[in-house]
Write a protein that binds this ligand. Structure first.
Ligand code: ADP
Ligand code: MG
Length: 255
């Protein structure tokens, strides 16, 4: 089982879109995949058709009262794709439980019990460096960092890399970083300059393609259908997936 945290300390950079796109593509290529919505804003949960409230079972239970079988919290999305919903109570989780010992590893422990049932877990992180993001990074064997190609985003990227180094030191295990340039508009000078700087500063850690601005990517149903021929945006995500997996045409292989 591989666990990828999709994280960036900035909001609106395409984390949730990237989680759903990569997760759907992985499922369409025949893998069994779980998405976990760790953001109290619950955009992933809502884009998968679950209303904001009430959500009786979800991520909060993983922390507050882990059930004997974590599988009971999973909801089906499509063949091979399940998700665990975020609940509004996630927003206060930090206050309620940050001081409880071992809380930083709660998610890792819960996911461990699914190790034999899943090929892949994607964690959609909140944009703040708190208990939820720390849990995600502690559980992850890779962090995927969607980053908008604009000057301010480059600063955010430095912050994210310092956070990853901190996690690596405390868990004494490397946490590889994979940066995906998102919402790229190649017609603007500021975007192409920022992309160039991103590649200069972070080299091999940056995906050699980009995810373009594509309105089709705003439609969760389009993302869920996961046909890379369906849009420029999903085609770009399929190439990003190959880059992450180190494969050629993972999607075609499955077809
Ligand atoms: P985050 O999870 O980092 O806050 P989202 O994935 O929710 O970011 O994206 C923010 C907004 O931008 C959403 O409305 C989403 O639909 C839209 N969006 C994300 N990626 C793209 C893209 N490549 N092209 C067009 N719109 C996008
Ligand atoms: Mg989000």
């Amino acid at each position: 089982m591989r666990v990828w945290a999709v994280a960036n300390q900035k909001g609106g950079v395409g984390k949730t879109t990237t989680t759903l796109a990569l997760g759907s593509l992985l499922a369409a290529s025949g893998r069994s995949v779980l998405l976990v919505d760790l953001d109290p804003h619950a955009s992933l949960t809502r884009s998968l058709g679950v209303p904001a409230e009430p959500v009786p079972r979800g991520v909060v239970e993983l922390f507050d009262s882990p059930p004997a079988s974590v599988g009971s919290l999973c909801r089906p999305v499509r063949d091979g794709l399940d998700f665990i919903a975020a609940q509004p109570a996630l927003a206060t989780l930090e206050k309620r439980s940050a001081t409880r010992p071992g809380m930083g590893l709660a998610l890792m422990r819960a996911l461990d019990s699914l190790r034999h049932d899943l090929d892949h877990v994607l964690l959609d992180c909140p944009p703040t460096l708190g208990l939820l993001m720390v849990n995600a990074l502690a559980a992850a064997d890779r962090v995927v960092v969607p980053t908008q190609t604009e000057p301010l985003a480059l600063h955010g990227l430095d912050g994210m890399r310092r956070t990853v180094q901190m996690i690596e030191r405390s868990r004494r295990r490397p946490l590889p970083v994979s940066i995906i340039p998102t919402l790229h508009d190649r017609r603007t000078r500021v975007a192409t300059d920022s992309l160039e700087r991103m590649r200069e500063q972070h080299g091999e850690a940056v995906f050699d393609g980009v995810i373009p601005v594509d309105t089709r990517l705003r439609d969760p149903d389009h993302l869920r259908q996961a046909s890379p021929e369906g849009s420029r945006g999903l085609g770009a995500y399929a190439r990003a997936l190959d880059w992450l997996l180190g494969t050629d045409h993972a999607m075609e292989l499955a077809a």
